[in-house]
Design a protein around this ligand. Structure first.
Ligand code: HCA
Length: 411
């Protein structure tokens, strides 16, 4: 990644937790189905505190609940700051746009698919009919609302022929603020992203580019980072990357990666709130922060004996980056079937004050490994180990309570 020369047009992250995030199957898995107004306000508060200033919502036409919730969220946000952009995700229908404007949105995120799939299986319009729909709608919206933020996207932009994208974008670039490049089906690779972002920036230098990457191939994070380095102005993210199917780019995952490239890219954001924000979502969904989120405690948890041994001596061996900047201030070494004598020695001495020698720890580790099959839901590894230790009559290390208070825990 770092070999790409940074073209810095980056203006910020557009949060779509309350739009694409609510399209996530995770809401069904957790029997949540949709966020309550309280949940939404809690999440928005966390995002605002983290520095997010651009939010995408469903267009009011989607449902009365979404329309009414937006009204409450909008008054909350505007009571806190004027420096925000509230964007409605709208079809290219004049009525949808009108309702969005009536609801008080600052901008409209328009989209339509122009691939053959979209023509045959979605809206049913051919390319010429699509142009007849889109071009007047955008020109009219601009004419009537000179200050309105208008973004237009061809859906599925990475399976759409570039010449078709140009044909449509050429006729509207003067009327929009931003062109979207959504990877609707998560098919793009970083090379494709770099090439397309560079090509579009060259053709439309005065128009901002917004990218939205689905994670079907697991590339949403690397694609988003690449897009920023290649010159995109905006990236769509959500908390945990929640969105349709396997989701989009995670907000905190992107901050973490941009920070590795050039920390100035994150200067508007309070990166130390990243982990608390992920935990906030966990508390709403009553679900763990996903184990594969970069900003998670799981990412600072070590289980294999070889790893744990090195970690006791120095974290740098198995942790390339300190996540403390992102709010993960702890590490975990999990005692378990893969642990070796080093952790057992450390654990028994430091946590149970058992005066065990290294040789004895090696012996106990052997016995512990032989009992590993008894570890399970009903019996924790610590219980298995302590049961073995109890049979040995080891001496206790005399520890004064006042000394314990002075102890600095590293793990
Ligand atoms: C979706 C639509 C979208 C829209 C992106 C955009 C996509 O699948 O719900 O408006 O730019 O991925 O194409 O999220």
């Amino acid at each position: 990644m770092s070999k790409i020369k940074l073209t810095n047009n980056f203006k910020g992250i557009i949060d779509t937790t309350l739009r694409d995030g609510q399209q996530s199957p995770l809401l069904f898995d957790t029997y949540t189905y949709r966020f309550s107004l309280d949940d939404k306000l809690t999440l928005v508060k966390g995002l605002l505190e983290s520095g997010v200033r651009m939010f995408e919502f469903f267009a009011p036409v989607v449902s009365d609940i979404e329309r009414d919730d937006f009204a409450s969220i909008q008054s909350y946000i505007r009571s806190k700051t004027d420096d925000v952009m509230l964007l409605a995700h709208c079809r290219c229908h004049p009525a949808d746009i009108e309702q969005a404007l009536d609801a008080g949105f600052d901008g409209i995120n328009l989209y339509i698919g122009i691939t053959e799939h979209a023509q045959k299986y979605s809206h049913g319009m051919n390319f010429s009919e699509i142009k007849d729909r889109v071009i007047p709608v955008i020109k009219e919206a601009r004419k009537n609302n000179p200050d309105l933020y208008i973004r237009f996207s061809v859906e599925d932009a990475f399976r759409t022929d570039l010449t078709h994208i140009y044909e449509l974008y050429d006729s509207i670039w003067e009327y929009v603020n931003t062109f979207g490049m959504p990877d609707t089906v998560g098919i793009a690779t970083p090379t494709m992203v770099y090439d397309r972002v560079t090509a579009l920036k060259k053709r439309y230098p005065t128009v901002d580019l917004e990218c939205h990457f689905h994670n079907d191939r697991g590339y949403s994070l690397v694609n988003a980072t690449t897009a920023v380095l290649a010159g995109a102005s905006y990236i769509d993210t959500s908390i945990w990357g929640m969105a349709e199917r396997s989701g989009i780019t995670s907000f905190t995952g992107l901050l973490f990666n941009l920070f590795q490239e050039d920390r100035a890219l994150c200067s508007k954001y309070k990166i130390e709130l990243s982990y608390p924000l992920n935990v906030l979502m966990a508390s709403i969904l009553k679900y763990h922060v996903p184990y594969n989120e970069p900003i998670s405690i799981t990412n600072r948890t070590h289980t294999a004996g070889v790893h744990q041994n090195a970690m006791i001596h120095n974290k740098c061996m198995y942790e390339a980056v300190d996540l403390a900047d992102f709010g993960v201030t702890k590490n975990q070494l999990l005692l378990g079937p893969l642990s070796g004598w080093n952790l057992i020695y450390y654990f028994l001495r430091e946590f149970h004050f058992i005066d065990i020698s290294k040789e004895q720890a090696r012996e106990i580790a052997q016995e512990f490994k032989m009992s590993a099959h008894t570890i399970g839901r009903g019996k924790k590894p610590e219980a298995v180990l302590l049961e073995l230790v109890r049979q040995k009559n080891y001496q206790k290390i005399p520890v004064q309570v006042r000394d314990l208070k002075k102890r600095i825990e590293h793990f």
